[in-house]
Ligand binder design. Structure first.
Ligand code: TYD
Length: 213
């Protein structure tokens, strides 16, 4: 099963990922975790270009092509083979980040982005997307405290507002795939909500896979 974590800046998804994977392994699942942009040697090199403070004039079109390049590599090198061998793949950000940030955030046409995503991912869509929702100001404040302030964080608050609203629209339009989790709760509560949502989805996923056989 393919699970993605999504959220605006400071939603805390990256710090939840480790514990979440440990929990799934305790339930006897074989779990692979990865992140975007990056997750492969080639993808990590692309990530450096994307997050470098030196690249302030990176054009939005260049940016999106770099995100998609890293993703194409990740899908082929890691995600597809892992899913084929029956593993659970948990990915920190995936295609919905492109729709939220480049689409809703930068205003690139969603239809075109969806087409490009299909190409980059070879049509691979997550089975479950856990969306950690947080108010923009709260999230940005958390992130500043965590001192991970890079080029991408420096966009104006309005941009982040569009991103968050975009995420909420995406979640509402595909409720069977998305689970919206209130990330302003305590770390433990967020973790619990992630686990509960995932166990339920895993049950459903297993029964579907059995009936398809
Ligand atoms: P990162 O430091 O990984 O942030 P986070 O911990 O919030 O995931 O930086 C990733 C940044 O890249 C983040 O600001 C979101 C952005 N991004 C896009 O704009 N489009 C994309 O397709 C992806 C995968 C990420």
């Amino acid at each position: 099963m393919f699970i993605t974590l999504e959220g605006p800046e400071g939603s805390g998804k990256t710090s939840q990922l480790g514990q979440f994977a440990v929990f799934l392994r305790q339930q006897d699942y074989d779990v692979v975790t990865t992140r975007e942009p990056g997750g492969t040697s080639i993808g990590d090199q692309i990530r450096q270009v994307l997050v470098s403070m030196d690249n302030k004039n990176l054009h939005p079109r260049t940016e999106i092509l770099l995100f998609l390049s890293a993703r194409a590599q990740l899908v082929e090198e890691l995600i597809k083979p892992s899913l084929a061998s029956g593993k659970i793949v948990v990915c920190d950000r995936y295609g919905d980040s492109t729709l939220a940030y480049q689409g809703f955030g930068h205003g690139l046409p969603l239809d075109m982005l969806r087409e490009m995503l299909r190409f980059a991912t070879d049509g691979l869509v997550p089975d479950l997307t856990l969306y950690l929702d947080i108010e923009v100001e709260k999230g940005l404040l958390r992130k500043k405290k965590g001192q991970e302030w890079n080029r991408l964080d420096a966009y104006e608050v309005e941009f982040h507002r569009r991103v968050r609203n975009g995420y909420l629209q995406l979640a509402a339009s595909e409720p069977e795939r998305w689970r919206v989790i209130d990330a302003s709760q305590s770390k433990q509560e967020v973790q619990q909500a992630m686990r509960t949502a995932t166990l339920a989805a895993l049950e459903k996923f297993k029964s579907q896979t059995v009936s398809e056989d």
